[in-house]
Design a protein around this ligand. Structure first.
Ligand SMILES: NC(=O)c1ccc[n+]([C@@H]2O[C@H](COP(=O)([O-])OP(=O)(O)OC[C@H]3O[C@@H](n4cnc5c(N)ncnc54)[C@H](O)[C@@H]3O)[C@@H](O)[C@H]2O)c1
Length: 310
């Protein structure tokens, strides 16, 4: 990895600009923020650069409106496309965002053939699949960001409910990034103490329900657009794991070839994220109920993929 890796963030909207800011603040590398809208990405990049002396970070951040700017990128984070409006599900974004992600994936294949790609655009699991299909990259080099965010949301709610530090809470959410997501209660703990020992069943059910609809809760409150700070932080965490070969175990949307009895689609599962990308998919024991939910989630993703014409 070069001393100053090149990180391309495609889509200079809410998630994209926040991701660029977090990357620069963490000094993970130099950032190019790319958007089809002319000038706007340059403005957003300049805004970050002009805060660098105050924020005390060294990073080159520039904005471009031509996809050729991803040339030679070590990592590409795809955040381009429409976001949800109140009343919309993530799946309502399918048609418009397939076109966007397809054209971006073609450019990544052409200009950044060695890159590791983190997909953020919704509907997430389908967009990750489109990216892999179009780039033809190995499954280890295309990953979707959802589980890190959903797990973070579940953790935040557990910490709030118990009145404990978020630093001590660990939680995992598997399945598709939609209403069919599968929070795994057996993997939720506070400093290793299972939450089932700390919270009654009904309370846990309430937190699961809130996690499942956490994105929608924010969409409703914002009135326009969807969550972007926590999604950007989650995508950057995954990029950092790759760049620094951190070997983190997180839930992410990964291409399945038989694990959990599922093949040919992207779905949220525990993975080992390292300098090799999605180095390994970890198969954990699920309860009958969790397995049923995971299969239903896989069916939902499969149905969406059927609608895609590449
Ligand atoms: N995976 C997750 O957990 C998660 C979380 C939050 C948001 N999202 C998704 O991320 C996407 C971006 O959300 P946002 O809030 O930043 O939206 P946004 O509307 O603020 O920004 C999207 C940007 O993409 C740009 N764009 C559109 N087509 C493009 C193309 N072909 N090339 C380059 N840029 C292009 C637009 O001009 C716009 O600036 C949405 O699809 C949203 O649903 C996913």
């Amino acid at each position: 990895m070069p001393l100053r890796p090149k990180i391309a963030v495609v889509g200079a909207g809410n998630v994209g600009q926040s991701a660029a800011l977090f990357i620069a603040e963490k000094e993970l590398g130099d950032v190019v923020l790319v958007d089809i809208v002319p000038d706007m990405p340059r403005g957003k990049a300049l805004d970050i650069l002009e805060g660098a002396p105050v924020g005390h970070f060294d990073a080159d951040v520039r904005g471009e409106s031509d996809m050729g700017a991803v040339s030679g990128a070590d990592i590409v984070i795809i955040t381009a496309g429409s976001a949800r409006k109140p009343g919309m599900t993530r799946d309502d974004l399918l048609e418009v965002n397939v076109k966007v992600v397809k054209s971006i994936a073609e450019n990544i294949k052409k200009h950044a053939p060695e890159s590791f790609v983190v997909v953020v655009t919704n509907p997430l699991d389908v967009m990750a699949w489109v990216t892999k299909e179009v780039t033809g990259f190995d499954r280890r080099r295309v990953v979707g960001m959802a589980g890190v965010l959903d797990g973070s949301r579940f953790s935040a709610f557990i910490a709030e409910e118990l009145g404990v530090s978020v630093k001590d809470v660990s939680a995992m959410v598997m399945g598709g990034h939609g209403d069919s997501m599968v929070p795994i209660v057996s993997c939720a703990s506070v400093s290793g103490i299972p939450i089932t020992e700390l919270l009654p069943k009904q309370k846990i059910e309430k937190l699961i329900e809130r996690t499942r609809f956490a994105g929608g809760e924010i969409v409703k409150l914002l009135g326009t657009g969807s969550a972007y700070v926590s999604p950007a932080a989650s995508a950057v965490m995954m990029a950092e794991a790759y760049l620094k070969d951190q070997r983190r175990i997180v839930a992410a949307s990964a291409y399945l070839e038989g694990k959990y009895g599922i093949s040919g689609i992207y779905l949220g599962v525990p993975v080992k994220l390292s300098g090799a990308g999605v180095e390994r998919i970890i198969e954990i024991k699920l309860t009958d109920g969790e397995r049923e939910m995971l299969n239903a989630s896989a069916d939902a993703v499969r149905e969406e993929i059927k609608k895609v014409k590449l």
